[in-house]
Design a protein around this ligand. Structure first.
Ligand code: EPZ
Length: 420
């Protein structure tokens, strides 16, 4: 495994392009299974998660080519309905293939993806949705055998929680169902809208994406399409946090500031000057950040759980005490113990972390334990005194094409090397 080695203390500055969205690319790639023909997807980031998704598509019988950030999928002869356990385990979000395989073949066999570093992550809402559409689910020894003996029939699906993945599966499973489906309390994330825009470009009839009620009119089949994946709003907030925590000034190009509507005001509350011009975001940070009164993570359009870790790092060196409430995942403060090793003063109990800002952090060896927590430790290394080594870089590589390269392009002193 590799580790990040950061020599802290440099102010970040410069302009950088933001990669395509992992959390949009993954469901869109899975949805190409529903297309009888060729799909051309641009701005698909090269990540371990996206490459795992391409492996699953090939295992299901698709012909997949990658040309830089463009992926071409031909699913004409994709007959597979089962995903092997090792591929299911390699990536938590492989569960989104459930709806796609069912939508194409009316049967699917997957293994339960299991929890991961940030929580149990059950799939009860996913199974509720496919059962409502007429799927029988037989669970045995971690394997789910799903069949819609009478085909998929449109219906009303009401979620108790606006789960992103379950909303995606409900949509994937209903685009070719008989009749219409209404998804109530649907997730509103931009990645849902992006998925629906791609599917509609292939002939699906989906309305209300981005709202809490989505309606899907079933169609016979989908034709090939071409689509450019939206930019990654979480990577954008990661790079802005790097500028903010080093007293720097960074500009992001090729973003969509609207996706960060709940995040940019918090940078301003912490003393940063934020300007938006077309698809560019410019942030200029103060020498030292102010504390933030309270951050409460919520489903979109609320403050995103995926950005929580970076703001915990920022609060750790801010002037004053901040409160962070993590409502979405039950185990998403693993980076706190590592920040404390760097000299942070944070007490995390259950959903709440109280962060008493300190003047500076000190470089040491810390362990990345999940994707965004690991990235937050790299951000901490940028402002720490001395050298910080963040181990288990593999977690970070799941979501960032080249975090090290991006940070160095912004004047950071960072590199990756094999872990000793
Ligand atoms: C997606 O995960 C994202 N992943 C996550 O990003 C993101 O944190 C999350 O949405 C919330 O925005 C992808 O899109 C690939 P959920 P997902 O279903 O779909 C509970 C990252 O860092 N729940 O909205 O798994 C669940 O346990 C990743 O890029 C159930 O209880 O999120 C969690 O507490 C991390 N039962 C909450 O809902 C279910 O059936 C939100 O989960 C499904 C979810």
């Amino acid at each position: 495994m590799q580790c990040y080695v950061i020599n802290g203390g440099r102010r970040l500055s410069g302009s950088i392009n933001v990669q395509g969205s992992k959390n949009s690319a993954l469901p869109i790639l899975a949805s190409t299974l529903l297309v009888k023909g060729q799909s051309v997807l641009h701005n698909v980031p090269v990540l371990s998660d996206t490459e795992c998704t391409l492996k699953i598509l090939r295992e299901l019988g698709c012909v997949v080519k990658r040309e830089g950030d463009t992926v071409i999928v031909n699913s004409e002869n994709a007959t597979g309905t089962e995903i092997s356990e090792d591929l299911m385990r390699e990536m938590r979000s492989s569960v989104v293939f459930l709806g796609a395989i069912l939508g194409r073949h009316a049967k699917a066999t997957i293994t339960t993806p299991g929890g991961c570093e940030i929580g149990l992550r059950p799939i009860d809402l996913h199974l509720y949705a496919v059962r409502r559409l007429g799927v029988r689910v037989d669970e045995a020894h971690g394997k789910l055998c799903c069949t819609a003996t009478k085909g998929l029939k449109g219906c009303k699906i009401t979620f108790s929680f606006p789960s992103v993945g379950a909303t995606e599966n409900a949509i994937l499973c209903s685009v070719t169902a008989r009749g219409s489906t209404t998804v109530v309390n649907a997730a509103r994330e931009p990645e849902i809208t992006d998925l629906c825009e791609f599917l509609n470009s292939c002939g699906a009839k989906i309305r209300g994406a981005g709202e809490s009620i989505i309606t899907v009119e079933g169609v016979e089949q989908l034709h090939g399409g071409e689509h450019t994946v939206i930019c990654d709003r979480i990577v954008a907030s990661t790079l802005l946090s790097a500028g903010a925590v080093t007293g720097g000034s960074v500009e992001l190009v090729n973003t969509n500031p609207f996706f960060l509507n709940s995040v940019l005001p918090v940078f301003e509350e912490m003393g940063c000057n934020v300007r938006v011009r077309c698809n560019n975001i410019f942030l200029k940070a103060p020498r030292r950040l102010n504390r933030v009164d309270k951050i409460i993570t919520q489903p979109y359009p609320g403050f995103p759980t995926d950005s929580q870790a970076f703001f915990t790092t920022m609060a750790a060196v801010a002037d004053g005490t901040s409160v962070i409430v993590e409502n979405i995942f039950e185990c998403r403060f693993k980076h706190v113990a590592e920040l404390v090793r760097m000299g942070a003063k944070i007490r995390a109990e259950g959903k709440v972390a109280v962060v008493e800002g300190v003047e500076r952090l000190y470089g040491t060896q810390v362990q990345g334990q999940d994707l965004r927590g690991g990235a937050a430790l790299v951000i901490a290394g940028l402002c720490a005194e001395g050298i910080t080594r963040v181990t288990d870089a593999g977690y970070i590589d799941r979501g960032y094409t080249d975090l090290c390269g991006d940070l160095c392009a912004l004047n950071a002193d960072a590199r990756k090397e094999m872990q000793k």
